[in-house]
Design a protein around this ligand. Structure first.
Ligand SMILES: CC(C)(COP(=O)(O)OP(=O)(O)OC[C@H]1O[C@@H](n2cnc3c(N)ncnc32)[C@H](O)[C@@H]1OP(=O)(O)O)[C@@H](O)C(=O)NCCC(=O)NCCS
Length: 140
């Protein structure tokens, strides 16, 4: 592997972002929406193996105290190589004053626990598609 980490949105092939999200079983939109969400984010990480985009993540934030992490994904071919850990670490260190929240895909909580995240006892969510999120195991 020849990994390169990128911390801005330059040169990203946005068509590949929903392809990767679909491959790993996460929610995805069209390429333009993903381009807009990453550009609007306070912190972005893209990981390339040579020329191939193999992982990414992003955080929205006020830049001072609060941040939320979204769209963390690593291609199956590259999982288990510490790339996910490095994506989270880069996002967290880029916003050093911030608390971070996220909702883990069901079953992925242990990954975040290894990175010192703790389960929230009072997390609440208002989803656009509440029935789907309930069916997927995100809400009670
Ligand atoms: C979850 C994901 C981002 C992890 O990325 P990764 O590069 O495979 O993980 P890493 O290699 O950095 O793993 C870091 C540590 O977490 C552990 N870990 C990773 N995924 C795990 C899982 N699903 N359950 C338990 N532990 C896990 C690893 O074993 C490793 O532990 P170690 O320090 O003891 O070796 C990746 O598997 C993925 O993209 N999954 C599909 C999409 C997804 O669910 N994303 C998260 C959305 S909330």
């Amino acid at each position: 592997m020849n990994l390169k980490f990128q911390y801005d949105c330059s040169g990203v092939d946005w068509e590949v972002v929903p392809q990767i999200l679909k491959t790993v079983g996460m929610s995805f939109y069209n390429a333009e929406i993903h381009r807009n969400t990453f550009i609007a984010s306070a912190s972005v990480v893209f990981v390339y193996d040579g020329q191939q985009l193999v992982g990414f993540g992003r955080a929205i934030s006020d830049g001072y105290c609060q941040a939320a992490i979204y769209d963390v994904a690593v291609l199956p071919s590259h999982q288990g190589c510490n790339i996910g850990r490095l994506i989270i670490q880069k996002i967290v260190t880029s916003l050093p004053m911030c608390n971070f929240i996220l909702y883990a895909s069901p079953g992925k909580e242990p990954f975040y626990e290894k990175l010192n995240f703790r389960k929230m006892k009072t997390g609440m969510a208002l989803f656009i598609k509440p029935d789907i999120m309930k069916d997927k195991g995100f809400t009670e």
